[in-house]
Design a protein around this ligand. Structure first.
Ligand code: GLA
Length: 393
């Protein structure tokens, strides 16, 4: 029985890898000794690496939403739904091994449909802001939906966070995953070109949650995909100001009042923006107007996967490292959370109750020639990966 399930999962993987997906390794033949998926099953007390699919409610028009539960051998558990390809919960162990949900979200679909500040969502076609919802590409000016005062934010009125994605689960020798797919039509939210997108979540036995993005287009278009999880490694016991953050970024992109970059790349040295050495998030936040909501320019320059951020929560001992091949990362301290949302476990999400680290191209890139380019052209493949690595100390 177990064996036939595995074969089925590997078959799905075969299809998943057809397009040469990033990080989607060719399935290895089943290992009889694999405790999580082998025919003899796991040793007593050791969690089994597995995938489970359940219904997660319906949209008002009756469209069903599914949720996948990925569990690794250490019990780490990620739940991801087809609405917005959204990470709904993420159970991470503390230093004593106790698991707790460390992302903000809702227990049911309803909350996400009513009011979600992008909790756990896949955002696109272009994450972050485009000034006045306008950009010029190859001599043509495009006008996008505006949903953040006069600016375009996170893909517009109905971004990738608010659509239903197709989904297929799969297993690898040491990881379980779900591949989500979405076709964004030419003209959607004002963007040019049909954009075929896949997002793969992969949970490995070495406690990595990897997200691989891939996209192709039939017209030149800006693309900037990211994940908008809000983390809190106290598991909601208190705000995130006592978390210690390190960012591998000597510079950031200063912004105007509407959070649009001025175009400059300023050094962080000697300012409250400096996280090149570990600092408590709350230590200098009062000096930052409105709290942190800034794009950091990663020293790696993007291109190859490198360490971007490290977070340590001293009481629980939880550590998260973020590695990415993106050139930037948005550090956002949940400044707009105001206690009006009650989420998972009845928790009230007050200001600074979660933080986001969104790997990305710089905000408003299509309007800044000096920023790394974010235009995808027909014939090219957009590929990017972000890894969340969990440990304790
Ligand atoms: C991003 C932005 C913030 C805010 C949140 C959603 O992180 O940078 O300004 O809009 O999304 O509330």
């Amino acid at each position: 029985m177990r064996k036939s399930l595995l074969v089925l999962a590997l078959g799905v993987l075969g299809i998943g890898c057809f397009h040469g997906l990033v990080g989607c390794k060719k399935a290895e033949p089943p290992k009889e000794s694999q405790e999580s998926i082998g025919p003899s099953g796991p040793a007593k007390g050791i969690p089994t690496m597995n995938i489970k699919k359940d219904g997660f409610g319906k949209l008002p028009d009756g469209t069903p939403v599914d949720i996948f539960t990925l569990t690794n051998r250490n019990g780490l558990k990620a739940r991801i739904m087809t609405y917005g390809a959204t990470l709904v919960s993420l159970e991470v162990p503390d230093r004593s091994g106790a698991l707790a949900d460390c992302v903000l979200g809702y227990e049911s679909l309803d909350g996400y449909l009513k009011a979600s500040p992008y909790f756990g969502a896949t955002v696109g076609r272009v994450g972050n802001r485009i000034a006045k919802g306008k950009f010029t590409l190859d001599g043509k000016t495009y006008t996008l939906a505006t949903n953040d005062k006069q600016n375009h934010l996170h893909g517009g009125l109905k971004g990738f966070d608010k659509v239903i994605w197709s989904a297929e689960s799969f297993s690898e020798a040491d990881a379980v995953g779900v591949k989500f797919g979405y076709l964004s039509k030419d003209g959607e939210e004002g963007y040019p070109g049909n954009l075929a997108v896949t997002v793969v979540y992969l949970l490995s036995n070495d406690n990595e949650l990897r997200i691989n993005y891939e996209a192709t287009t039939d017209k030149a278009t800006p693309v900037n995909l990211t994940n908008h999880s809000y983390f809190n490694f106290t598991a909601g016991a208190r705000d995130i100001l006592g978390h210690e953050l390190t960012l591998t970024a000597d510079r950031y992109t200063p912004v105007d009042k509407g959070l649009i970059p001025t175009g400059k790349l300023d050094p962080v040295k000697g300012t409250a923006m400096d996280f090149t050495a570990p600092f408590l998030i709350g230590a200098r936040i009062a000096k930052v107007d409105g709290g942190y909501d800034h794009n950091y320019v990663l020293n790696s320059g993007g291109g190859a996967v490198a360490l971007a951020a490290r977070i340590y929560e001293p009481e629980s001992g939880r550590v998260m490292e973020i590695l990415t091949d993106q050139p930037g990362i948005q550090f956002y301290t949940g400044n707009f959370l105001d206690g009006t949302i009650t989420g998972t476990g009845g928790r009230v999400y007050k200001q600074h109750w979660g933080f986001c680290l969104e790997t990305q191209h710089f905000p408003d890139s299509p309007n800044h020639a000096n920023f790394p380019g974010s235009i995808l052209r027909p014939g090219q493949v957009y590929r990017t990966t972000t890894i969340h690595k969990f440990s304790t100390k």
